[in-house]
Design a binder for this molecule. Structure first.
Ligand code: CA
Length: 489
């Protein structure tokens, strides 16, 4: 289970690095686009917190130097690919963080950016060659249409705008068609994996780089580190467009991305709707069923990152402002197929609307700064409702950690009836039954139609309440609830 952190906004473990004389953007904690002072030491200080919560892997948004004058806090405008930003710490501290995480059984994923660098990157003053970056007669924006790269009808113009147009003016578009750029980025990745002993890479804006480059890059990294995983930010609206980008997809154009893991953005969009609409044959619970039914398109459906939100989207709890919807969502994410990702602050119901600015999606974790009014890293510092959310998440995470059936078991789902979604995870030794009752009223679920999955079992052990009850005839479901049952003979 991946826990996504934006280092500037998580915890300030070292106030001496909040502003650096030689770097442009100084501390400005009241500004949503300013530097807030969070750093790698702040993450190291909370390794026990992550274990206590029950997540297993940390994904940090980029921590490399971003010497940009404004909004440099997010880290995606890199100005030195070999140097951790001094406001976050140092290369040595990054390496230590991974080492300490490993000692505590946690893995670390590094966020890498190949599509663009920051406009203040030192090489912009004297480019190694004119075509080091994609140059246009006049500024030309990317069209943000990654579908052009798999579209059988796409025009050359649109494909060029997609791969060679600039993301924004402050982020020059790197030209990976230049073999020296491609080699530079590939060597850089391998250097970081080796130097910091990384467990995985997340590639930013994956389809925006030249696709021949990312395909050969992924192959080269995996050749060096065969057990390594890479997740690409393949931000698409529908499953076929995502599946195109997973390693070994049966693409008609012959393209193989060599990318082991893609992100299930379509599921995120689905989750935004499921709990907030009247049910029908294709709405409500049916959306979850329909979504998963498309998995035949993926070469490896278990290697898909699943999430309800991330640092680029409105926080899930803003759009689904009830503890019941939070619980159903978390129960689903942690028991369906795939690799769950949780955005920091989700465990305390943090909110944020994208329309109010990206900085609002990346609020400081309360208690991460010494002068904060409260410390939500501790139960005493959390509200009653936050503790309810935190404890619920922890209970499922702890169960999942020791449970092969949820991490690698098979999945069987049933067509939802009456807005109740039922599915099973099973292997040769265990069966887990999950029931989402997406109704405002209590429901009675007759269990006879699930006999192919429940055969040989008489009871269910509720992993949240700890209660065992009979499942042979019917199960009573609370309004808007998730029930996770380990079946007992
Ligand atoms: Ca700091």
């Amino acid at each position: 289970v991946v826990y996504l952190i934006m280092p500037d906004r998580f915890s300030n473990g070292d106030t001496s690095n909040d502003s650096i004389a030689t770097l442009k953007d100084k501390l400005k904690r009241k500004d949503q686009y300013g530097r807030h002072g969070g750093d790698i030491q702040g993450i190291i200080n909370h390794l026990d917190y992550f274990n206590d919560l029950g997540v297993t892997t940390l994904w940090l948004t980029p921590a490399l130097e971003n010497d940009q004058p404004h909004a440099s806090y997010h880290g995606y405008a890199i100005t030195d690919y070999y140097k951790v930003d001094p406001r976050h710490g140092s290369n040595e501290l990054y390496k230590q963080m991974v080492e300490k995480a490993h000692q505590k059984g946690l893995k670390v994923i590094m966020d890498m950016v190949f599509n663009h660098c920051g406009s203040e990157h030192w090489w912009m003053n004297d480019l190694p060659s004119k075509d080091w970056i994609n140059q246009w007669p006049e500024y030309t924006n990317c069209n943000f249409r990654a579908a052009t790269l798999s579209d059988p009808y796409a025009s050359e113009y649109d494909k060029k705008r997609m791969s060679k147009g600039w993301f924004v003016k402050t982020m020059p578009d790197l030209n990976q068609d230049n073999p020296f750029v491609a080699k530079y980025l590939t060597q850089n990745s391998i250097w970081w994996v080796e130097y910091a002993d990384l467990d995985g890479i997340r590639t930013d804006t994956h389809p925006y780089s030249e696709k021949a480059f990312t395909a050969s890059w992924a192959k080269e990294v995996i050749t060096e580190y065969p057990n390594f995983n890479i997740v690409g930010e393949v931000w698409m609206n529908d499953t076929p467009l995502c599946a195109y980008w997973q390693k070994d997809a049966l693409n008609k154009d012959g393209f193989n991305s060599n990318l082991p893991t893609v992100m299930d953005f379509p599921l995120m969009f689905t989750l935004q709707k499921v709990f907030n609409e009247e049910q029908s044959w294709d709405k409500g619970a049916a959306r979850l069923y329909d979504h998963l039914s498309k998995d035949f398109l993926y070469p490896n459906p278990n290697n898909i990152l699943i999430f309800a939100d991330n640092h680029d989207e409105s926080r899930f709890f803003t759009k689904n402002d009830s503890i019941e919807k939070y619980k159903m969502t978390m129960a689903f994410l942690l028991t369906t197929r795939g690799i769950p990702q949780i955005y920091y602050g989700t465990e305390i119901l943090m909110k944020g609307m994208k329309s109010e600015g990206d900085g609002k999606l990346r609020l400081d974790f309360p208690g991460g700064w010494a002068d904060d009014k409260r410390n939500a890293f501790t139960a005493e510092g959390r509200t009653k409702k936050e503790n309810e959310a935190w404890n619920y998440l922890q209970t499922i995470l702890k169960y999942r950690k020791g449970s092969d059936v949820l991490t690698s078991g098979k999945l069987k789902q049933f067509v939802p009836e009456d807005n109740i979604y039922v599915y099973f995870r099973y292997n040769s030794s265990k069966t887990v039954m999950v029931i989402l009752n997406i109704n405002k009223s209590e429901k009675t679920l007759k269990t006879n139609r699930f006999i192919e999955a429940t055969k040989g079992f008489t009871k269910g052990h509720d992993i949240i309440t700890g209660n065992d009850f009979d499942i042979q005839n019917e199960i009573t479901l609370s309004p808007n609830s998730a029930t996770i049952l380990e079946l007992i003979p």
